[in-house]
Design a protein around this ligand. Structure first.
Ligand SMILES: Cc1ncc(C[n+]2csc(CCOP(=O)(O)OP(=O)(O)O)c2C)c(N)n1
Length: 375
């Protein structure tokens, strides 16, 4: 395995001193090392992966140096637009080093949302004309690959990708973890809301732990999963899936269970929800100020006023709670209103160690929900 320190120091020797990106579980140890050792202006966790490419482009314009962009391969799609229309040699010809965590690599078992993306990860790079190396787990070989990446970037002025397999990096424990002493856990908040919603209401939940905790709540209650759409991939898009359902089924209340990282990833979607103003829509953001599902790296979630954003773009009511008591009392207020509603629930980081994963497939989940929606 490669020590995160070795990786980052080798990149530094080749002039890479700026990082931007969205964290990934496969890159968790490297992200933690960067957080502890690179100042906050030179390691920026961006809203989405496309934004990270653009930020690295701005860094290059100002310094002439090459920035690194880290991401899970799920984020390749977000990054393609600026890679094809900003940094590509046929446009502005701006160099960038991509560090891509390879979930769903063919032959390695992974969750269903990673299977297709895993198959097309290197193919997408080929199609975009981006050279890449799958990083070796041996430090001496990895060092040579990094040298090749740096030389290629220098000679071509183009993007180069290091593709990172599972278990490439050694462990590294984050020293400067941001503390969040909020009283409620996310799971407690999810259970409280799921228990308070009407029998015909449905929930569209976001990727990561939120969907897993909702799935386990239903199982523990002996309920089916037909009232939930568990958006296992497609981070940041749960609010629009919920909007699509809410518009077509105005008689039924639709709840979106979002994360702060996911909501911020495509924050503009909130304006589209509010503009369409379905009066059967409740957007709940479980805000722990972190990308908890992939290692707890910070988001700006607890540093911004999400209800003020919701109000500014036109949600009729926007509330924030952080205790179970407040949550229960605001749920009665929300349940009595038919409007476009927003609820921020501030929660602690972390999850139960024995938290399971959905045992139904995405297609089974979709079919059960569609049948329920026809009732
Ligand atoms: C486009 C994309 N980028 C990155 C990821 C990896 N990823 C999965 S869950 C997650 C964090 C989600 O954070 P948040 O929405 O705040 O929810 P939390 O895990 O904190 O409950 C990330 C970055 C992804 N699935 N898709």
């Amino acid at each position: 395995m490669i020590k995160p320190e070795f990786f980052i120091e080798t990149l530094r020797c080749h002039g890479i001193e700026f990082y931007a990106g969205v964290p990934d579980s496969l890159l968790k140890n490297v992200c933690a090392y960067i957080t502890d050792n690179i100042d906050a202006k030179h390691n920026i966790i961006t809203a989405n992966e496309g934004a990270a490419v653009a930020l690295a482009a701005g860094y290059h314009l100002a310094t002439g140096k090459v920035g690194a962009v880290y991401m899970q391969n799920s984020g390749e799609g977000n990054a393609i637009n600026p890679l094809a229309s900003l940094t590509d040699k046929e446009v502005y010809h701006i160099p960038v080093l991509l560090i891509i965590g390879w979930r769903g690599r063919p032959g390695v078992h992974d969750e269903p949302q990673h299977v297709k993306q895993g198959k097309i990860t290197t193919g997408l790079l080929n199609v975009m004309g981006i050279n890449y190396e799958v990083l070796s787990k041996e430090e001496t070989l990895a060092e040579k690959q990094i040298e090749k990446a740096a030389t290629t970037i220098k000679n071509t002025g183009e993007a180069f990708a290091l593709v990172i397999e599972k278990d490439t990096f050694d462990t590294y424990t984050l020293q400067n973890a941001e503390k969040n002493e909020l009283p409620m856990t996310r799971e407690e908040a999810i259970q409280t809301i799921a228990a308070a919603i009407g029998p015909d209401d449905i929930i569209v939940s976001t990727t990561g732990m939120i969907s897993r905790e909702l799935f386990e709540y239903r199982a523990a209650q002996g309920q089916g999963h037909e009232r939930d759409f568990l958006t296992v991939g497609s981070m940041g898009h749960a609010s629009q899936i919920a909007l699509g359902i809410a518009i077509e089924q105005p008689q039924r209340r639709v709840w979106c269970f979002d994360g702060d990282g996911a909501a911020i990833m495509h924050l503009g979607s909130m304006a589209i929800v509010a503009h369409n103003a379905p009066n059967n829509y409740v957007h709940v953001v479980f805000n722990n100020g972190a990308h908890d599902s992939v290692g707890g790296q910070p988001t700006v979630g607890l540093k911004i006023d999400l209800p003020a954003v919701a109000k500014a773009v036109g949600y009729k009511t926007a509330l924030s709670v952080s205790t179970k008591q407040d949550l229960e009392s605001q749920l009665s207020t929300l349940n009595a209103q038919f409007s476009t509603l927003f609820l921020e629930v501030k929660v602690r980081k972390g999850n139960r160690k024995d938290l399971g994963r959905p045992t139904t497939t995405p297609i089974q989940n979709k079919e059960a929900l569609m049948q329920f929606l026809q009732r």
